[in-house]
Design a protein around this ligand. Sequence first.
Ligand code: PLP
Length: 465
Amino acid sequence: MKYISTRGGAPALDFEQVLLTGLAQDGGLYLPETLPRFSADEIAAMAELDYPQLAQRIIEPFVGDCIPAADLQQIIVDTYAVFRHNAVAPLVQLGHNQWVLELFHGPTLAFKDFALQLLGRLLDYVLERRHQKVVIMGATSGDTGSAAIEGCKRCKNIDIFILHPHERVSEVQRRQMTTVVGDNIHNLAIQGNFDDCQAMVKASFGDRSFLPDDRRLVAVNSINWARIMAQIVYYFYAAVALGAPARPLAFSVPTGNFGDIFAGYLARQMGLPVARLIIATNRNDVLHRVMTTATYGRQTLEHTLSPSMDITVSSNFERLLFDLYDRDGAAIAALMSDFDRGDIQLSDAAISRARSLFSSYRVPDEETCAQIAATWQDCEYLLDPHSAIGVKAALASGLGAEIPVVTLATAHPAKFPQAVTRAGIGAEPALPLHLVDLFDRRERCEVLPLDLSAVQTFMANNLGA
Ligand SMILES: *Cc1c(COP(=O)(O)O)cnc(C)c1O
């Protein structure tokens, strides 16, 4: 399997190379040159597979001959063994044709564990084989950092440095990062905001001279192809459980960077009968605006009760644009360079293609809380605010009258207690058993000034041997 850049100006890579690469040299994002396609019979047969077996079936063609099948299988089995539910991704019914797919049974209680638990193991496997070590550097406002740290904590060949804005992430989220024990784990609390952290990461990727020559710098944000790949699996898992391929269905996806929902789009391209994909956003509605107006443009960031979707630009949207523009890399390069200067307008053909599959809804905080309360009253089921946005959009779509609609429940409600409290239902979401002592565990974190050279010096001085 070969991977190509959305901007058409970077060399094609194999799976191993793409795993170790973030952005392509031309600024684009990597995608498979061709997608594997499953027939209706092959999809029907998937209903017999448990989650790790299905993951093997979906992921194998993407990995190609880079990893022997038996080794890949072991990696996948180990990855999903850390999830605390036998089904890994259980479905729960909320109403007639309304379902939620619980993606929060991993170690950090958000769907990012599905991809980052796998990514850490895949990286460590190929690094061991290459006798190489890498440095992971990332900025987080919450979920990505903890999932990346949990995913890398056992990796001998990875030093991980996660920057978060000092005193600006929730206590649960901070403790999920700072209480993980491992010499290769480094939490840096930066005296600045999230954008400052991200700017330091970007600058470090631009000039890596602060690291020794033999240490590659690797990104773990959702531009990494392996993360998208891992997320395709649960779309198949839910769909076959609900009667695919005989019965088509729709998915509602709480969306920020367009990574999770893009995996659903790929599942459809691979043969799954996905009738509709619903983009559910909070007030940071860049995707809802492009769907309704055909204009893709930045707006100022709003802080909401669903902070993991607080973004101004959806980086993975470029991957969809690539298909909407007939995989014309030059057209995407031109479009994205216009976007660097201001808003862009999608062509009529591109937007009508997008609208034929995607719908979008924007759900402000008041409606998010109202949905948490309504679902609690209807079935005593507690939604986290991100999932509540998805359920609200699923109901608003009216699709449930005809086909099953599955909302991806992207986080456990105990991770975002503020929204649940605000919903005023009198229920307090409790942390799962493995985290009940989270507030008693020792924290390890370095507070550093908003100074790039201080951060880089700290990193260089704290690399493992
Ligand atoms: C990251 C995240 C999202 C958004 O996912 P994208 O792939 O960026 O669209 C939604 N909900 C939760 C809880 C998240 O952590």
